[in-house]
Design a binder for this molecule. Sequence first.
Ligand SMILES: Nc1nc2c(c(=O)[nH]1)N[C@H]1C(S)=C(S)[C@@H](COP(=O)(O)O)O[C@H]1N2
Ligand SMILES: [Mo]
Length: 438
Amino acid sequence: MKKSKGLHELYNKDPITADKFVWGRESDPISRRGFLRKAGLASMSLALGSSIPFAKNFPAGMIPAAFSQSYDPFQLYGKDDLILLNDRPFNAETPAHLLDDNVTPASRLFVRNNGIPPVESQIDPKKWTIHITGESCMNKTTLSLEELKTKFKHHTMQLQLECGGNGRSEFTPPARGNQWSTGAIGCPEWTGVRIKDVLEYVGVKEDALYVAYEGGDRHLSGDSRKKPISRGVPIWKAIKDESLIVWEMNGMPLPLIHGAPVRMICSGWPASVSGKWLNKILIRNIVHDGEKMNGQSYRVPCEPVKPGSKVDDKDMCIIESMPVKSLITFPKSGIMHNKNSKLKIRGHAWAGDLKVKELFCSYDFGATWKKAKLDRPINTHAWQHWEHDVEFPQSGYYEIWARAVDDIGRSQPVVLPQWNPRGYLNNACHRIAVSVKI
Ligand SMILES: Nc1nc2c(c(=O)[nH]1)N[C@H]1C(S)=C(S)[C@@H](COP(=O)(O)O)O[C@H]1N2
Ligand SMILES: [Mo]
């Protein structure tokens, strides 16, 4: 394992030099696809080194969890064994078993950058301002971070953040973009003010439709006229009580890589709407047309299409609420378990703008499902914790599958949801491998 430079060291330097720094990563997510083509059930048992009691239920073409989740740990300053997906722009995800905490620590929150983040020397929280403007803004205003903190009531909430492309690596045919496995999700606790309160302060015209952000990062091309990303949400979403502008994460100042000194959090939607290094809020009278709002970005076909289809931009619709999803965060996939004891499993579940109503577990590749104990969310848009005990009938290779259902009755799919050109919204069931011995 190669040791990388720390984030601080990296981003404090001339960003161009820093961007040239190359990390070692040996495994290629594509090789997992190779497995799909090659292996039959018999060779699968051989490779696993044990029998598969429920083999007849195993879906054709699916890769056993024992093989599909191989990770190379990656050392990164301030981060605990995240997996690096890309170093320009910088993107890293968290293996499922490292997301076991109820509240995700900073060291275990995934990182997604579309451009070149500002360097620490460019950020002086005392001088930072947020410009509030746009066609539907009554009084265009510039607020310092200090004013933001003193003028409005503070709120602290656990809000989950999930990249719209989380799970992309599983789609067939493959979609271009960061090959996220399951780890572009986390649920830290954030402190800040409501977007609603700030909008009330500046005044909003009746024709307001969208609220969007711009941040202090730079376009990968270095062109200062271009923004790497500038997205937004309809005004009804922006004025929800849980839509915040935050400067603290888990009681500490927001880390640089997560948008210091201040960012937006609009939980339950693709995390791309939660602008980092926030320096401009736009109150628009149109659907925001900033970078990555149009074309195929963060959009899916308005109507389902055949996998592999080319879809016209005009037939692509903006992703809003994220679908119901869950993770098994304990135990780690690939463990050995003694048949004579129950296996305690647990994890989290979330459902975009909705709540998770039920969570089920299966140890026989989905033939039977048992209901797990599921907690209520601590606040709206916090992920929910679940746990379950499993008793195995005999020794051999098993997989535990977890399947959440939202409060309007929609379930996670077992294999894959609707294919889409950019590989968004994969909310297929998470699986872990368990070898049961006598
Ligand atoms: N200014 C800015 N904000 C941004 C981004 C970015 O590149 N620049 N990336 C977005 C995307 S696509 C995601 S998934 C989240 C990731 O937040 P995190 O890095 O704090 O986990 O930030 C969003 N906000
Ligand atoms: Mo994202």
